[in-house]
Design a protein around this ligand. Structure first.
Ligand code: NDP
Length: 296
């Protein structure tokens, strides 16, 4: 029997676990606040931002919503970030990517106060993560760690293959897994588009984490019996339905499920965890700012 890992249920547990922290902050007169900045007309980005705002409201985090015209000068965005950095009611600043071409993404990441960088992408926070002293763990890899933990998959001593080496998923995922810490202690192989034979690596793995952005790249044939499969991918592919598309992961679910002892579905696996961990980081940030022990 394959264990289908229910990301919605684990995310709900994470949100419920934030209640005590939010209550402790409330007693200290603090309401955590997350500012989202959207500078895009991309429907997927708009959906992500509105979901994040709704999530905040549900758990008692103030959501501050900023929208900039995609044609606005980059300076307007930089100045908004400066203002949010100064605003004591804002504990997290999230600028939705991708940004228009005329905006320097790296400048945006550097500009956000590292203490409010709830995505965990500021160079200072990346450095802290690599050094084993994370301030904010990036939401998607942190969510994967939580999912594995909730599924009672102990990564210690395991061979884990991460397919993908992006700055937002693959690299921080690999970094978390090699930490000498709970949820780490794995032996990690990172594959990318220049990897000679991805299947040879994934076949050796106890755990495969697919984050390559290629629909259904990882198939059952590439896996060994009993493997744990975490599918980070979210890809829109054309479909003959009302929307005209459906979501598929980076794993070919049916063939992988036949091999796996546990597997995450798409949707309903990693996606809800990414959203939950953003709330977690925002609450943690508010606790740090107010010097309230929120125990996260
Ligand atoms: P990127 O496109 O930034 O990175 C993809 C990575 O996969 C790159 O490192 C690339 O290699 C590697 N890759 C591409 N093709 C292959 C291949 N054929 N074999 C091996 N490696 C390959 O994607 P992201 O990291 O941003 O996202 C990955 C996936 O996760 C996407 O489907 C995205 O939609 C999804 N996602 C889901 C989230 C969630 O909450 N569930 C959150 C964020 C992302 P190279 O570096 O050589 O180009």
């Amino acid at each position: 029997m394959t264990d289908i890992i229910d990301g919605n249920a684990v995310a709900e547990d994470v949100r419920a676990g934030l209640t005590d922290a939010i209550d402790a902050l409330d007693e200290a007169g603090v309401t955590p606040g997350l500012a989202t900045v959207l500078m895009s007309e991309d429907p997927a980005s708009q959906t992500y931002v509105s979901m994040k705002q709704r999530d905040c409201e549900e758990v008692g985090i103030d959501a501050f919503d900023y929208e900039l015209d995609p044609d606005a000068p980059a300076e307007e965005l930089y100045e908004l970030i400066d203002d949010l950095n100064e605003d004591d009611s804002v504990h997290g600043v999230l600028v939705q990517m991708p940004l228009p071409d005329h905006v320097d993404e790296r400048e945006v990441l550097r500009r956000i106060d590292p203490a409010k960088d709830v995505d965990g992408f500021h160079p200072e926070n990346v450095g802290r993560l690599v050094a084993g002293n994370p301030r904010f763990k990036p939401c998607t890899p942190h969510g994967v760690q939580k999912l594995l933990d909730a599924t009672e998959v102990d990564t210690e001593g395991k061979d884990v293959v991460v397919v993908g080496r992006s700055n937002i998923v693959g690299k921080p995922m690999a970094n978390l897994l090699i930490q000498k810490a709970e949820g780490g202690n794995a032996t990690v192989t990172v594959c990318h588009s220049r990897t000679d034979d991805v299947a040879a690596k994934t076949k050796q793995a106890d755990v495969v984490i697919a984050a390559c952005g290629v629909p259904e790249l990882v198939t059952g044939e590439m896996l060994s019996e009993g493997v744990v499969v975490v599918d980070v991918g979210i890809n829109r592919v054309d479909a003959d339905n009302e929307k005209g598309y459906e979501l598929v992961g980076d794993v070919e679910y049916d063939s992988a499920e036949e091999k796996a002892s546990a597997i995450t579905p798409v949707p309903g696996g990693v996606g809800p965890m990414t959203r939950a961990m953003l709330l977690w980081n925002t609450v943690k940030s508010a606790g740090d700012a107010a010097d309230v022990d929120v125990n996260l």
